[in-house]
Design a binder for this molecule. Structure first.
Ligand SMILES: [Zn+2]
Length: 121
């Protein structure tokens, strides 16, 4: 355990729990309190990787945004964050899962609907 502020690895003591039930810590070096694995902050890694998978399959950022229910600008930021680093174990594309449910045609119709060229990185 290391402090996110001063990066001290010693003098890190448990300091109760957050309302979400996560263990909280306090750094005795700088006095700050922090939660190592916050439960409700931002989007999880799996969702970002899913966006990357869909992007690699050629979907537009807008369509990815609609599928994952996030702003397409957020999707763009996620994709950009992977520009120099591809995770070794990418999740299975939700497109395959949708295909199993027979929803794939809806998705493709959605893609054609928005006949708009995706911005190139
Ligand atoms: Zn500290």
């Amino acid at each position: 355990m290391s402090c996110p502020k001063c990066l001290a690895k010693t003098k890190q003591v448990k300091d109760g729990y957050t309302t979400a039930g996560s263990q909280r810590y306090r750094c005795k070096a700088c006095g700050c309190r922090y939660t190592p694995n916050p439960q409700d902050q931002g989007y999880d890694e799996e969702m970002r990787q899913q966006a990357l998978v869909l992007h690699l399959e050629g979907l537009s950022l807008r369509l990815i945004g609609r599928l994952l229910l996030v702003n397409h600008q957020t999707v763009a930021n996620w994709i950009n964050s992977y520009a120099n680093y591809l995770p070794p174990d990418l999740p299975t594309s939700i497109l395959e899962l949708l295909a199993l449910d027979g929803d794939i045609e809806d998705v493709l119709a959605l893609e054609q609907e928005q006949n708009e060229p995706a911005p190139r990185n």
